[in-house]
Unconditional design. Structure first.
Length: 305
């Protein structure tokens, strides 16, 4: 029997919608299967840090064999923030109510080191760290589904986080923090660092209204993400006194053979050339100074006052 194709009434729009839906379901299924295939829960016993690795729109947990584990004793000048961060983490690993945390403020002041350093204290209590980059936030549902049944406590670490108005990835983060229909796993918290207090750019036009009929709604949208973090910790620019204290601390730890007046003059000159004072700048100075002192030829230092 011959069928005249011209007589067949096909709703092409509906057909394309169905095909796209099936492709989305297939991609979601492959994402989950890839994650399950790559991840061996037994490795959580010995591997403390992981990174969510994206591959062809899918992802899996990649083990970090040599994690960076800063010592909190080397983070000077931020004691109140460290105390609160550690207390919240202690509540979390002891299966008590705890909050997601946003660490915001000046660059190089120890925000990332404060989070990574938690493993040194709490890994024995079951804490594990999972790094999730901003571009992978859309896969948060797959990550949480993978981690929910595991008998460990997970911090999802989002480092140097910020968004422009045109980016939509932050919506997955908002839903996981609070507001989504699915309950957040009780064994998971999010610790994020950012140079921005509200994670999104704020403009003078936000206060003047610009073209917005209801400017207060635009402002509310921008701060709605940061409001979902129960704890926000500010890290402020390092004073000269604190900067020199950090320099002297590292110099003592490394037993550097240098007089204090020479150390002070060299550290201040380094900070002036860098245009910044921070714990990061202090560590970079000490690394450079240590290398100089280990060379065959003695370095030349600025003269102290």
């Amino acid at each position: 029997m011959n069928i005249n194709s011209n007589s067949v009434d096909i709703d092409w729009s509906y057909l394309l919608d169905r095909v796209e839906h099936l492709m989305d379901l297939g991609e979601e299924f492959l994402t989950r299967k890839l994650a399950e295939f790559q991840f061996d829960p037994a490795l959580l016993e010995s591997i403390l840090a992981w990174r969510w690795q994206q591959e062809n729109q899918s992802g899996y947990l990649h083990p970090i064999i040599h994690p960076d584990l800063p010592d909190h004793a080397d983070l000077l000048g931020i004691d109140p923030s460290l105390t609160r961060l550690r207390r919240n983490t202690r509540q979390f690993v002891q299966r008590l109510p705890a909050n997601n945390v946003l660490l915001w403020g000046a660059r190089g002041t120890g925000k990332s080191s404060a989070v990574k350093g938690l493993l040194g204290e709490f890994a024995g209590a079951g804490l594990r760290l999972v790094e999730v980059r901003k571009e992978d936030l859309f896969q948060l549902p797959a990550i949480t589904e993978l981690l929910r049944p595991q008998p460990y406590r997970f911090i999802l670490f989002c480092d140097d986080l910020s968004f422009d108005e045109s980016e939509v990835d932050y919506r997955e983060l908002k839903a996981l923090l609070e507001g989504g229909i699915e309950a957040r796993p009780e064994n998971l918290l999010i610790y994020a660092t950012s140079n921005r207090r509200h994670l999104m750019p704020e403009r003078l036009s936000d206060n003047s209204g610009g073209e917005e009929i209801h400017p207060e709604e635009a402002i509310a949208e921008k701060i709605s993400l940061s409001d979902r973090f129960g704890i926000t910790l500010g890290f402020y620019p390092t004073t000269q006194e604190s900067y020199l204290e950090i320099v002297r601390h590292f110099a003592r730890r490394r037993e550097l053979p240098i007089a204090d007046d020479q150390l002070t003059a060299a550290a201040l000159e380094w900070a002036m050339l860098r245009g910044a004072r921070s714990g990061r700048v202090a560590r970079q100075f000490i690394d450079d100074l240590t290398g100089q002192l280990l060379l065959d030829e003695p370095p030349s230092f600025p003269q102290g006052n």
